[in-house]
Design a protein around this ligand. Structure first.
Ligand SMILES: C[S@@+](CC[C@H](N)C(=O)[O-])C[C@H]1O[C@@H](n2cnc3c(N)ncnc32)[C@H](O)[C@@H]1O
Length: 272
């Protein structure tokens, strides 16, 4: 991972929420919230909450008595999340690094993390922290993306940018969001951090958008891929977005578009 991979700031949070969340995150948030609700938790910690798509799904699937502490490394992402759920007294928002959680041992029934673990520079440390703050028998629910070839729009955008910057291709999407899909390694790392009963499932969905420009804007401008494009040439962000739009249109059509996405969904329990 390079340093800018974890920077979700500037214009990214707003574009992420408007374009990327409906494109790829909502169905997985409903699924993960269901797995959280199955555990019947009173007190939930969410790490890497981003703009709050999972937080919103949990508030609609959990009983009114459940409390959620929603955290993220980047305050601008949490600000977007908070703006959407202002006044919901069940949620407490707090900036926190998932690798150094500012919470006492055994203080939560469930820890939930949607598409955050890929950004942890030390996965076992992130899992150790989740384990530490869970009560014994508590549940950890997380998901990560499968490899980029199973996630079609991300793959097409990455190929277009490799053509545009052949000497230094922006590899953020393949390297980080789609770079942590080895299920044996994930199991091993969760086990090393103190988890048992580790269940791993692949979950496919269709990613739908009203036009080819939507996924192009979502990936080129609403993720840290933007940081990589602008680091090469800030004047070429619009050109990159246009080239991505054209490539998506060539492969998926010029009207509403529909691509395959796949994630890996994991649940585990704190062993003791
Ligand atoms: C792909 S987004 C997922 C956000 C949200 N869970 C969702 O489903 O839309 C990854 C998130 O991880 C956060 N993040 C990156 N490194 C982190 C860390 N060490 N601790 C906590 N959050 C982190 C980023 O700020 C970003 O909001």
């Amino acid at each position: 991972m390079v340093a800018t991979d974890k920077v979700f700031a500037g214009s990214v949070p707003e574009i992420y929420e408007q374009f990327l969340v409906p494109l790829i995150f909502e169905p997985y948030a409903r699924d993960l919230a269901g797995r959280v609700a199955e555990a019947g938790p009173k007190h939930v910690l969410e790490t890497a909450a981003g703009t709050g798509v999972l937080t919103r799904a949990m508030t609609s699937q959990l009983p009114a008595t459940a409390r959620i502490v929603a955290t993220d490394l980047n305050p601008p992402m949490l600000a977007q999340a908070k703006a959407k759920q202002a006044g919901d007294s069940r949620i407490e928002w707090q900036q926190a690094d998932a690798l150094a959680l500012p919470f006492q041992d055994q203080s939560f029934d469930v820890v939930a993390c949607q598409f955050g673990a890929m950004f942890f520079p030390d996965k076992i440390q992130g899992y150790r922290e989740a384990c530490r703050v869970l009560r014994p028998g508590g549940r950890f629910c997380l998901n990560v993306w499968d490899k980029i070839s199973e996630n079609e729009f991300a793959d097409v955008v990455t190929e277009v940018l490799a053509d545009m910057f052949p000497h230094d291709p922006p590899r953020f999407m393949a390297r980080t969001p789609h770079g942590y899909f080895d299920t044996d390694l994930i199991r091993e790392q969760l086990g090393a951090a103190g988890f048992a009963n580790i269940a791993v499932n692949a979950l496919d969905h269709r990613s739908k958008a009203p036009s080819p420009r939507h996924p192009a804007v979502a990936y080129c401008q609403g993720t840290p891929l933007r940081n990589e494009i602008e680091a090469r040439d800030p004047a070429r962000l619009e050109e990159a977005t246009n080239k991505a739009t054209d490539a998506i249109a060539r492969r998926f059509g010029s009207g509403a578009v529909d691509g395959h996405i796949r994630a890996i969904v994991i649940t585990a329990t704190r062993a003791s």
